[in-house]
Design a protein around this ligand. Structure first.
Ligand SMILES: NC(=O)c1ccc[n+]([C@@H]2O[C@H](COP(=O)([O-])OP(=O)(O)OC[C@H]3O[C@@H](n4cnc5c(N)ncnc54)[C@H](O)[C@@H]3O)[C@@H](O)[C@H]2O)c1
Length: 329
């Protein structure tokens, strides 16, 4: 079996590529990635070391894909704030890219596992949920959700249409925050890894939005827990398919920024004064925790690694590769 990973040199894609390559003996893993993300060149080198080939192509412009039987579609511009500023780029990579991947799936009768996002849920409805529990798959997706969220939701709809028309099997994972080694975090995306990096190097940090007090809440999933789930999904895709699933750390793995500061400070032994920006972006949300009951039941899977483990693994990776990573954070 040939498994294509789009965005295979990104944080999630590269971890998946290396993990699946090790775990599925009879599979050949290949990647398509245009290396547009800062840091993806390092992941590219990691794939090469593991003898995984990357085709440096842009999925929004592609006219010839390498052959595959199943695709794990990860390539996208994943930062929500970028989608406000670079609308053409985000629309092309995130939506036209999915369209091109799907046309190729139809041609090859290949199945698709899509990395969607919890940001498909409507922002104003999430505001009303504040501190009231977790978000299920049937939560409102109709109202305003950001250009990023729009491209992810539109991709989901397109996948369902192609599946119906071409008998392609699909799984849509609505993924919340994922973190762990090989994540090159930025303020607007991958902030858990950024937080640990800044603590380690005593670099300035700010609580942004909602009064600047650091009380926003998110659930976080360890990258290896995600890899283990995708492996199960690939193994069972003939039996379990055409499903939409929330995938995240869930309520047990949720925290606010103040708690993240404490964890980062404990592991790095560096104490920092965190700055503050009161103003809130219209794309930000005060609280999000995924309800993961469905995925847990369907695959008898649940996150094994807690928040301390996520921070500890990030810290170990950063300390062990410090001089190389300096250029990419
Ligand atoms: N990391 C998270 O917390 C998170 C949460 C929810 C959903 N997701 C989704 O998971 C997927 C992977 O996210 P990630 O965190 O690994 O992001 P990432 O930025 O690390 O990886 C994305 C990769 O795609 C590549 N890419 C971007 N546009 C491309 C294009 N047009 N053609 C070819 N390659 C292109 C980039 O170079 C990069 O290597 C994304 O689809 C994202 O929406 C991620």
């Amino acid at each position: 079996m040939k498994i294509l990973i789009t965005g295979g040199c990104g944080f999630i894609g590269s971890n998946l590529a290396v993990f699946l390559n090790e775990k599925i003996r009879n599979a050949k893993i290949i990647s398509v990635d245009n290396l547009s993300r800062k840091g993806s060149i390092l992941n590219f080198k990691r794939l090469s070391k593991n003898k995984i080939k990357n085709f440096k192509l842009d999925i929004s412009k592609i006219n010839k894909f390498p052959k595959f039987d199943l695709v794990v579609h990860c390539a996208a511009e994943p930062a929500i704030e970028v989608s406000r500023k670079k609308i053409d780029e985000v629309f092309n990579s995130n939506l036209i890219g999915t369209f091109n991947v799907l046309k190729e799936c139809a041609k090859r009768k290949a199945d698709i596992i899509y990395l969607s996002s919890s940001r498909v849920y409507a922002i104003e409805n999430l505001y009303n949920l504040k501190k009231k529990g977790s978000v299920k798959e049937n939560f409102n997706v109709e109202n305003f959700k950001s250009i990023y969220g729009f491209t992810k939701l539109s991709s989901e709809l397109l996948i369902k249409e192609f599946s119906h028309l071409n008998k392609i099997k699909y799984l849509i994972n609505r993924v919340a925050l994922v973190s762990g080694p090989w994540q090159f975090g930025k303020e607007e995306q991958g902030f858990v890894s950024l937080w640990v990096w800044k603590h380690l190097n005593l670099l300035k940090l700010k609580y942004i939005g909602f009064g600047g007090t650091g009380k926003q809440v998110r659930d976080v999933l360890h990258i290896l827990d995600l890899c283990e789930l995708v492996l199960l999904q690939i193994k069972k895709i003939k039996k379990i398919h055409n499903k939409l699933l929330n995938v995240g750390g869930g309520s047990k793995n949720s925290l606010n920024l103040i708690q993240l500061t404490k964890l980062s400070s404990n592991i790095t032994r560096n104490k920092m004064r965190i700055g503050s920006i009161k103003k809130t972006s219209s794309y930000d949300i005060p609280y999000f925790v995924s309800n993961i009951d469905y995925v847990k039941k369907l695959y008898k899977w649940s996150p094994k690694r807690d928040l301390k483990k996520i921070i500890a693994d990030l810290h170990f990776w950063m300390k062990s590769n410090h001089s190389i990573l300096k250029k990419y954070f």
